[in-house]
Design a protein around this ligand. Sequence first.
Ligand SMILES: [Fe+2]
Ligand SMILES: [Fe+2]
Length: 275
Amino acid sequence: MKVWYASDLHVESKTNRTATLALRDLAIKEAPDVLILGGDVCNGPHALSGVLAMFSGIAPLNVFVPGNHELWDGAIDARTIHYKVLPEICSAHGFDMLIDEPLQIGSIGIVASMGWYDGTFAPPNVFSADALARKQHLGRVLLDASQLRWLAADGSPMSDADVTNLLLDDLRSQIENLGDEVTRVVAALHMVPHANALGQRWNEEERSYFRAFQGSERFGELLGRDSRIRDILCGHDHESSQSKIGTITVHKRPVGHIKPGSVFEPTAHRVLLDL
Ligand SMILES: [Fe+2]
Ligand SMILES: [Fe+2]
């Protein structure tokens, strides 16, 4: 069974749109059984329809994992976008967004989560919780700070720890709901689940503050508890890598922001698992 995953298409630029068409053509050629788009395909929820339409009908089963960029919207809060707006757009194009239930195909399970960040990737004892909550450092601002806001059901703001807990609960439910017949599980995330899977550039001192916003160890810890999970697919930090968390292989081959005029090799920017 072939599982195909691509993330961080960022279709706002002409260069990335051309690359996305090349990836779509590659997916058609590779004919996966499950096609997964792993988030940051576009800014805000409204452009998602067009991207999903490009990829719908290629595979019999399709999963969309949101990225932080799909939550960028001036009017609607991130929780409403994540749990209401995006699932409706997905179902109109034959894509599933997994919330409480996994996807099962015989003995293979797929679980999925955007993941989030909670400071667990920050260098220890350097930045206070307040400093991280500001999402800006030395004149540089994390765009999530101005482009999205998570609100709880009562309208109060959610902290990044709250968001992490919320999404971990969903992912835990998916794992608990896997049937006994499932012997192998693939986890599809947007953000990075373990510091070992971060790209090298996050070790540079001037980037060390923003390392905190690439993901959370807690997703890796949760996924590491189920021995059926052998592969994690993720993106978000725009740096390809393959790494290990115990017996799990973490595959990261995001598209990212492509420089105009550079050569784009689509096979280097998707993960294809043959299980
Ligand atoms: Fe991205
Ligand atoms: Fe992202």
